[in-house]
Design a protein around this ligand. Structure first.
Ligand code: GLY
Length: 335
C-alpha cells in the first residue's frame, strides 16, 4: 500500500510494508552508494539490513538524542560523503526517528546541491509526522531547528515491524502527534484512537490515517505559509516545556501538555481522557514566567506575541494571535 504526496514540483510515495527494510531494492534504486544515518538508540540490525540492500553503503551512527542534531554532525556527514566520493546520483538514508531524519535530510539537501534522501522511520513520531513534509534542520546556538531547509524525501518507507523494539513510552509519545492531527482535523480518527483497545494492533491504521491528514496539509501548504501551522497545535507551549524539561520529557509528552493548554473547556475532559489512556502527561510543573520567557525566543514569535492553534471542537481548529500577556494567563499551572 502507498500514499502519494504531490504538490507543484514535488511527488513522492509513503510506502507501507512490514519487512520492507530488508528489501529496499523493491522500492528504490539501490544500485548506488548510500550513507545510512542512524542513532545509538536504534537496533544496529535495522541500519545493517538497509545497508545490505545497496551496492555500497556506509553506516554512520550518532548518539541518540536532540543534541545530535547539530552543525558538527551535519559537517561530519558531508565529510563522510566527500571522503567516499559520493556523487549526485548517490543517496542518504535515515534509519531512525526525527533527529536522524532532520539531520540526514539537511545534509542530503546541501551535498552537491541535493542528493536523493530516503527515510525509514523507526519511531511512531517519525512515521506519523516528521518523516513527511520535507522539513529538515539542525539546532544552532541553542535554538532548535534554526538552520535548515525544505527538502522533500524521494520516498518514505514505513515498516511497522521495527516498532516491536520501540519502548512503550516512545510509542505513546509518537501517538501524541496522531492525537494532535485527529483533534484539529479528523473527529473520526480521534474517536478511533479513543476507542481502540489494542493500540499496538491498531497502530498501522492510526499511522496511515494521520498520514492522510498530513498529506492534505503539506500538499496545500508545503512551506508553512498558512494551513501547515495547524500542525503546531500543542507545540507553542510544548516547545517551551521541552526546553525547560532539559531532556526529562519526550517531545510528544510536551505536545500533550501543550494541547491541553490550547483546548476549549468543552473538549478538555475528552482530550485529557485520551491522553491519559496513552499514559501521556496533561500538566507540568513549570511556571508561567519561565515558559513565556522561553516562548519569546521561539522562531515563530515576534515582539508582540505568537501565533497559536486552538481546538474548540474535536476535528476543527482556529488560529489565534496571542499577546505575551494573554499567553501567560493560559499557562496556569495545575496540580
Ligand atoms: N511537524 C510539523 C510539520 O511538519 O510541519
Amino acid at each position: 500500500m502507498k500514499i502519494n504526496i504531490s504538490s507543484r514540483d514535488l511527488s513522492y510515495d509513503i510506502v507501507y510494508e512490514k519487512g520492507a527494510i530488508g528489501h529496499l531494492q523493491d522500492y528504490l534504486n539501490t544500485d548506488r552508494k548510500a550513507l545510512i544515518l542512524t542513532d545509538s538508540g536504534v537496533p544496529k540490525a535495522y541500519a545493517e539490513s538497509a545497508a545490505s540492500c545497496f551496492k555500497e553503503a556506509k553506516i554512520v551512527t550518532v548518539p541518540q538524542g536532540e543534541q545530535s542534531k547539530c552543525i558538527d554532525n551535519y559537517l561530519m556527514i558531508l565529510r563522510e560523503m566527500l571522503a567516499a566520493n559520493f556523487t549526485r546520483s548517490d543517496c542518504v538514508v535515515a534509519v531512525g526517528g526525527g533527529v536522524c531524519g532532520d539531520l540526514a535530510a539537511f545534509a542530503a539537501s546541501c551535498y552537491m546541491r541535493g542528493v536523493a534522501f530516503y527515510h525509514i522511520p523507526t519511531t511512531v513520531l517519525a512515521m506519523v509526522d516528521s518523516s513527511i513534509g520535507g522539513k529538515t534542520a539542525v539546532d544552532f546556538e541553542g535554538v532548535k531547528n534554526v538552520v535548515g531547509s525544505f527538502y522533500q524525501p524521494s520516498a518514505v518507507i514505513i515498516d511497522t515491524e521495527v516498532l516491536k523494539t520501540l519502548e512503550d513510552r516512545q510509542v505513546n509519545a509518537g501517538l501524541a502527534e496522531a492525537i494532535k492531527m485527529a483533534a484539529t482535523s479528523d473527529a473520526g480518527l480521534f474517536k478511533y484512537i479513543e476507542d481502540c483497545d489494542d493500540y499496538m494492533a491498531d497502530l498501522e491504521e492510526i499511522i496511515k490515517r494521520a498520514n492522510v491528514i498530513k498529506k492534505a496539509v503539506v500538499e496545500e501548504d508545503p512551506q508553512e505559509k498558512g494551513l501547515r501551522k495547524v500542525l503546531n497545535f500543542g507545540h507553542t507551549v510544548g516547545h517551551a516545556i521541552e526546553s525547560a524539561a532539559e531532556g526529562r520529557l519526550l517531545h510528544g509528552e510536551c505536545v500533550a501538555i501543550g494541547m491541553m493548554l490550547m483546548a476549549s473547556e468543552e473538549i478538555k475532559p475528552k482530550l485529557e481522557k485520551v491522553l491519559k489512556k496513552y499514559h501521556l502527561p496533561t500538566e507540568c510543573e513549570f511556571d508561567t514566567e519561565e515558559l513565556t520567557d522561553i516562548m519569546k525566543h521561539d522562531k515563530k514569535a515576534n515582539s508582540a506575541g505568537v501565533s497559536t492553534v486552538w481546538v474548540n471542537t474535536i476535528g476543527s481548529f482556529e488560529f489565534k494571535n496571542m499577546t505575551w500577556e494573554e499567553l501567560s494567563k493560559i499557562n496556569k499551572i495545575r496540580g
